[in-house]
Design a protein around this ligand. Structure first.
Ligand SMILES: C[S@@+](CC[C@H](N)C(=O)[O-])C[C@H]1O[C@@H](n2cnc3c(N)ncnc32)[C@H](O)[C@@H]1O
Length: 346
């Protein structure tokens, strides 16, 4: 099923990167819920994803303390200059050249910035380090452009590096998207831009009126990026593919030494991932495994996704039915569709 949310330009973005605002139905009747085809999950190292890094411009998100992100137009240039060209009907083709925001089982919306991603990143920015530091393992499910992950990375990179003799903090960040193309083209670029910004490599004097500008990558920078992550105790992994038991196994394997997926060292983040009914059980499988032994979940979502059927009420009910707590901890959206963050814990 192809689905299109209407887009409203927002102060945060140029028209090309405008984010889905209150969704408006583009179809007459709700679709019959059918489980879309999935993609086998796969673990990737940060180094392997950096091989395709090619970002050449950035824009800023004012509501996130000017966090930089890759403009959609820049992503398109890289995607459609590649050899071979993206396959017709594939994730890049559907996500970047067609007007649809989702095509089930092919592309699930990761190239664009959704409001929930901004909400969750802003919520993370509000937390103290004492809160965030409780979690040695943080996974962002359905990361897409990954603003929450970038907000975390910015926080960690701004902290002083441990001095000799001091114990280094350990943080493992796992970014996950249905489409490997999203991780390669957007999420990694945004993490890299975040690092460039903290290092002062995105220069204010070079910025255009909208607070964006051009980037010239230098060969030595990738090694510096990796070295800085290491110095700050940050390890980044990525997982592509569909949610479900096989992905749970990957996260079990990736849990840092001495910890277990779902224990109190885990924070599970997700924004705009409960929009459709058929994939909700698979998402719940991930989330509930991630909080099963003391882990915490923060899930940002719209109250209703008209036309595709997902809604927060149903999600909360399903979590609670499993004997797990789900409480609204944040809300916005006066007059329009409400947007919330739900905290999930066992
Ligand atoms: C609507 S986008 C939201 C992206 C991002 N979190 C944001 O708020 O901007 C939904 C995200 O969930 C992921 N996703 C959707 N269905 C999925 C599935 N069945 N398995 C794995 N990932 C899925 C997509 O790849 C996409 O990144």
């Amino acid at each position: 099923m192809t689905f299109n949310f209407s887009f409203n330009p927002s102060p945060d973005s140029s028209p090309a990167t405008s984010r889905p605002a209150s969704p408006v139905p583009a179809i007459e009747r709700p679709p019959t819920p059918v489980l879309p085809p999935s993609i086998a999950p796969k673990l990737h190292t940060l180094k392997s994803l950096l091989e395709t890094l090619e970002v050449s411009s950035y824009e800023r998100v004012p509501s996130l303390n000017n966090l930089p992100r890759r403009p959609l137009s820049d992503t398109k240039v890289q995607a459609f200059r590649s050899t071979p060209l993206p396959a017709t009907g594939g994730a890049v083709d559907v996500g970047l050249s067609s007007p649809s925001d989702l095509q089930n089982g092919v592309y699930e919306g990761g190239f664009k910035t959704w409001e929930g991603g901004i909400d969750l990143a802003a919520y993370l920015d509000l937390q103290s380090s004492a809160v965030i530091d409780q979690y040695e393992n943080i996974v962002e499910l359905g990361t897409g452009v990954g603003l929450p992950s970038c907000a975390l990375l910015r926080r960690w990179l701004k902290e002083p590096v441990a001095e000799e003799g001091q114990q280094k903090k350990r943080r493992r960040l796992i970014i996950q998207d249905f489409n490997i193309e999203v991780l390669e083209l957007v999420t990694i670029s945004n993490l890299f831009l975040t690092w460039m910004d903290v290092k002062g490599l995105l220069k204010a004097e070079d910025e255009n009126a909208l607070g964006g500008g051009y980037v010239e990558l230098e060969e030595s920078q990738q090694a510096e990026f990796l070295a800085d992550l290491e110095a700050h105790g940050v390890e980044v992994y990525a997982v592509s593919g569909g949610w479900g038991v096989d992905m749970v196994k990957i996260l079990e394997d990736v849990s840092s030494e001495g910890t277990k997926f779902g224990d109190k060292s885990w924070l599970v983040l997700a924004a705009e991932t409960i929009y459709q009914v058929p994939t909700l059980p698979a998402f719940l499988e991930m989330l509930l495994a991630g909080v099963k032994a003391g882990g915490l979940g923060w899930i940002a979502a719209k109250e209703f996704y008209f036309g595709v059927g997902g809604n927060v009420g149903e999600f909360v009910k399903k979590v609670q039915k499993k004997g797990v707590e789900a409480n609204e901890i944040w809300r916005t959206g006066e007059g329009g569709v409400g947007r919330v963050i739900v905290e999930v814990k066992n």
